[in-house]
Write a protein that binds this ligand. Structure first.
Ligand SMILES: NC(=O)c1ccc[n+]([C@@H]2O[C@H](COP(=O)([O-])OP(=O)(O)OC[C@H]3O[C@@H](n4cnc5c(N)ncnc54)[C@H](OP(=O)(O)O)[C@@H]3O)[C@@H](O)[C@H]2O)c1
Length: 318
């Protein structure tokens, strides 16, 4: 567990990401009952928080999560500010006060909660809404007891600083894994942005498995159906994909020697990076959760050759 700085939220260092269980963009094998079983497995393995968003399955992920959690205690982090016009339509950020309030009200209904533990702005504004308008609306929701703590996703260091000058921001959610390190500079800067409690902001790392690539299950010949966003992700194509697979195979050798899943080793590496508070790992099944949850203990082990792993990671050129 790590405390999200400046809040009373003690988060397991691995959280459960709900994007895939929304059932859109992640292929044809998402099954609601298996998703419910995965959520129960997460709780059983000590994962105590779930990251969702209205966009994930256009509300379906929230409904599956709320149904699975019935009567079980868990922290829910969700998001606001992305709109879309009908399924499969282009989604864009929309951060007017009215939109933010409407998103929260709808989320509370779907999640069957009276308050949201952590509310995050999903993307920086693409519609010229002044930052003050969005953040003032969020603080109003906090004062009304509908939201407990506030964070931002996908903001760079400058955006984060600007937001923190206006209102209390507690964390940044950003993509980060051993094959995707381009935001490390922003992360370092984020940790220098003073949080409301005088300490630094928390960092929640998403996509810790590089969309499954860091599990070791893919081969050079692996293909994805059109319904899977990885069919259009250039990290899964051409020479870049082959370079990534080389790094993964080196990680797999280390994981085999330690008798741990590659996915757990990849997430554990992330948990040891200085800025990171916790990682959000997506999963579709109890077996995937069981593997990923092992990262929490693994990150604390001294018998793991962390220096060798750093060398493997540094060899990747993107
Ligand atoms: N704020 C934002 O803008 C933003 C953006 C992206 C994600 N997120 C959050 O971060 C979470 C995690 O990111 P992500 O889901 O994109 O990527 P990820 O966690 O890197 O990858 C998740 C996917 O990898 C596969 N997988 C996971 N564990 C596995 C295991 N042990 N063995 C084999 N395969 C495994 C599963 O897909 P398959 O079985 O199909 O391979 C799973 O859906 C999301 O769910 C969401 O909550 C936030």
């Amino acid at each position: 567990m790590r405390r999200l700085p400046g809040t009373d939220l003690d988060l397991s260092t691995v959280g459960f990401g709900c994007w895939a269980i929304g059932g859109q963009y992640w292929g044809d094998d998402v099954d609601d009952q298996r998703s419910v079983d995965a959520i129960h497995a997460a709780l059983d393995h000590g994962i105590n928080w779930f990251d969702t968003a209205p966009l994930y399955g256009y509300g379906h992920a929230d409904e599956v999560l709320a149904g699975a959690l019935r009567g079980r205690k868990a922290i829910i982090a969700t998001k606001v500010g992305v709109r879309w016009d009908g399924p499969d339509a282009h989604a864009e950020s929309h951060l007017s006060a009215a939109r933010v309030v409407a998103d929260v009200e709808a989320s509370l209904v779907r999640l069957r909660r009276e308050t949201i533990d952590l509310l995050q702005v999903h993307w920086p504004c693409q519609r010229h809404t002044p930052l003050e308008e969005t953040l003032t609306a969020l603080q109003g929701l906090k004062r009304a007891g509908k939201v407990r703590w506030i964070g931002l996703c996908n903001y760079n260091a400058a955006g984060l600083r600007a937001a923190s000058d206006i209102e209390e921001i507690h964390c940044l959610q950003t993509p980060y894994n051993l094959l995707r390190r381009e935001f490390e500079g922003d992360l370092r800067a984020a940790t220098e942005v003073a949080g409301p409690a005088g300490g630094s902001l928390g960092v929640l790392a998403y996509e810790p498995l590089c969309r499954g690539l860091l599990t070791g299950k893919f081969r050079a010949t692996s293909r994805f159906p059109a319904s899977d966003l990885r069919a259009r992700d250039d990290r899964f194509q051409g020479p870049r994909y082959l370079r990534a697979l080389t790094i993964v195979s080196r990680m797999a050798l280390v994981a085999r020697r330690l008798n741990v899943p590659v996915s757990a080793l990849a997430i554990a590496w992330l948990l040891r990076q200085p800025a990171v508070t916790a990682a959000i790992a997506g999963a579709k099944s109890p077996a995937q959760v069981q593997e990923n949850a092992q990262a929490m203990a693994l990150a604390q082990r001294d018998d793991v050759p962390w220096v060798d792993i750093d060398r493997i990671v540094s060899a990747y050129r993107g």
